[in-house]
Design a protein around this ligand. Structure first.
Ligand SMILES: [Zn+2]
Length: 386
């Protein structure tokens, strides 16, 4: 392709056509990814999530993968997004910004509003619809964890923390790294205390040395908990339930498989996941499979769930997980005044975005320790909304 021979006009026309083709292709890639995930093909290809699939199997950069995965997940829930992408009305970056705010009720309005906007403008849009409290004391604290992308019907895979929440690790040389992270006030106090208590061994008060010792202590504890490691191994008595995995077996299985998911695809690729590792029964425990080293292996959570779905069917496992979640993880109902107010306003038919805006304004007006009665708050909220 020799562009030097083109006239200025031909160059610009060609560029614009290429941009349009690129948008169409991006939308197509997103549509394909959505279908791949709905068929669990990334798991079959030994990847714990669509993100790893994009990076390892499709050769995308981490950033590209993250944006395309987010779009693919949202498209599974709100197919109208594909059209916006095709026409170049919405950027993938905008979807990343909106992803935790879209609901069945507000998605159409928010998506349309984000059309044709730059990333900065979408950030402003999000801030306007979902204002955060402006409390000076909190400025130095860590931001509240973002809610994970909860798409019912979409496979549950570990969702990566937003980039801003992850520590930044930058290599300085072959053996040295610079680590940057945000800590809470309590963590800062703990670090200060540990530096003080360790000052005899660490007279230069090097924080990295304290962190190193802390990690050694943490790893020893986690190895005991997660990998069944012990200082004094002993043979355990046979457990009552033959499917139970003893500490000795757990230890042996982790030693054999290493601290990595043992799922291998048809091409011999092994899953790279070292996180969310669990013990998987080859012959399912529910069908009498024993908790022996021969019958168990290390799988990551997505592959453990995938194996269960292959054995018992997707529907059955979804019901089981749902039941367990409702039994054990049912979040306690928030009966704080603002939560009650929010429910009240939503019941009155106000939109989520308007309600959030009104509550944001109210919160900024009142002191936490001098809250007016609920009726007064409701009257004020209605006044704002009117
Ligand atoms: Zn895996």
């Amino acid at each position: 392709m020799n562009l030097a021979t083109l006239s200025d006009q031909e160059l610009i026309v060609g560029l614009k056509q290429s941009v349009i083709s690129e948008r169409g292709l991006v939308a197509r890639v997103v549509a394909y990814l959505a279908e791949v995930e709905s068929r669990r093909l990334e798991l079959k290809a030994a990847c714990p999530s669509l993100y790893e699939y994009c990076v390892l199997r499709l050769g995308m950069s981490e950033g590209e993968a993250l944006r395309r995965m987010t779009a693919a997940r949202l498209v599974q829930r709100y197919p109208m997004i594909l059209g916006f992408l095709e026409r170049g009305e919405l950027h993938l970056s905008s979807l990343r910004l909106l992803r935790n705010h879209l609901t069945d009720e507000n998605h159409e309005e928010l998506l349309r509003e984000a059309c044709g906007k730059t990333k900065e403008q979408v950030q402003a849009l999000v801030a306007r619809h979902f204002p955060k409290e402006d409390v000076p004391e909190r400025m130095r604290e860590i931001p509240a964890p973002q809610p994970t992308l909860d798409l019912s019907g979409v496979p549950e895979v570990p969702i990566r923390a937003p980039e801003a929440d992850r520590p930044r690790i930058e290599p300085l040389s072959e053996t040295r790294y610079r680590l940057e992270l945000t800590v809470t006030k309590e963590m800062r106090e703990k670090l200060r205390r540990a530096v003080d208590l360790m000052s005899h061994r660490n007279p230069t008060r090097d924080a990295a040395m304290v962190l190193d010792a802390a990690l050694d202590a943490l790893l020893a504890k986690l190895e005991k908990e997660r990998l069944g490691k012990t200082d004094r191994p002993r043979k355990a008595a046979a457990p009552a339930d033959p499917g139970t995995v003893s500490r000795a077996t757990r230890r042996a299985v982790f030693e054999r498989d290493g601290e990595r998911c043992a799922y291998v695809d048809d091409d011999g690729n092994r899953c790279p996941s070292r996180a969310f590792l669990e013990i998987e029964h080859d012959d399912p425990r529910a069908r009498g499979g024993a908790g022996t080293t021969e019958n168990t292996c290390v799988y990551c959570r997505p592959h453990n769930k995938f194996a269960a779905e292959e054995a018992f069917g997707r529907e059955f496992i979804a019901q089981k997980i749902d039941l367990r979640r409702r039994r054990s993880n049912a979040p306690p109902v928030d009966n704080g005044p603002f939560a009650q107010l929010e429910r009240g306003l939503r019941n009155l038919g106000f939109r989520a975005s308007d309600t959030a805006r009104a509550l944001g304004i109210l919160r900024s007006r009142v002191e936490d320790d001098a809250l007016p009665p609920l009726e007064q708050l409701l009257r004020d909220a209605l006044a704002i909304l009117a």
